[in-house]
Design a protein. Structure first.
Length: 240
């Protein structure tokens, strides 16, 4: 009881009082009342993730699919769910992390990662070695390392969805992140959009990963459960 009383006194004392700031930092999330109590994480941007893939047809020719929105798939599991798991929000959460790390790069580095990470080899094509990418983007730059780790994760992520959805031996994947910002509150009734949409498209990545069939099955079940198989069917029909 004495601790509570002392804490209360410290919180209401003038700024600069010894120990006031650390005590207030602990107490504020539980006892303060402001507009953030009702809207702690206001959605200011609608962000979606699209992927597309390449594989070899029966003639050995490389074909490229149309775009598939994996955000549309995962949204089906989130709608009406008051406490969706992080797995069901993978596209939303991971795209935010990817963009944050992308924005930490310099302009010339951003331009490079929007290009392909694939090179020719004696056996056809292969991913550019990560050591070569680091040398090219900036040796000793921690932002480069952090971005490349996320880029590799996204290559695996896109490959899993593409393998499960297209049921093909995926050779390459690509992704893009779309951002749409709705009008501010005071302009919510305007017919014209206040902000322009933006799209960041990243280059092709070689799918050089060994994927467990059990993991692919989990993604197939997710696609089937949400009834979104038609997205891959249409993207495959649009293959060039």
């Amino acid at each position: 009881m004495l601790i509570v009383m002392l804490g209360t006194i410290l919180v209401i004392l003038p700024s600069g009082t010894l120990f006031r700031q650390p005590v207030q930092a602990v107490a504020t999330p539980y006892f303060s009342q402001n507009w953030r109590v009702f809207a702690p994480n206001i959605l200011k941007v609608n962000r979606t993730v699209d992927i597309r893939a390449q594989w070899r047809n029966d003639n050995g020719e490389l074909v490229r699919s149309g775009w598939v929105s994996i955000s549309d798939i995962e949204t089906q599991t989130v709608t009406g769910n008051f406490a969706p798991s992080r797995v069901e929000k993978s596209a939303w959460n991971s795209s935010q992390t990817l963009l944050t790390r992308y924005n930490d790069l310099e302009a010339d580095q951003q331009k490079r990662v929007r290009d392909t990470f694939i090179e020719a080899s004696d056996e056809g094509f292969q991913p550019i070695h990560v050591e070569d990418l680091i040398d090219e983007l900036g040796t000793g730059d921690s932002n480069v390392i952090r971005y490349l780790r996320m880029d590799y994760m996204y290559m695996r992520y896109a490959t899993l969805y593409a393998t499960a959805g297209f049921d093909e031996d995926i050779e390459r994947v690509q992704w893009r992140i779309n951002r749409e910002r709705p009008n501010d509150f005071q302009n919510r009734f305007l017919d014209d959009g206040q902000f322009n949409d933006s799209v960041t498209t990243f280059g092709w990545r070689q799918s050089n990963v060994v994927i467990s069939e059990d993991v692919v099955d989990e993604y197939r079940q997710l696609i089937d459960r949400t009834g979104m198989e038609h997205l891959f069917t249409k993207a495959a029909a649009d293959a060039e």
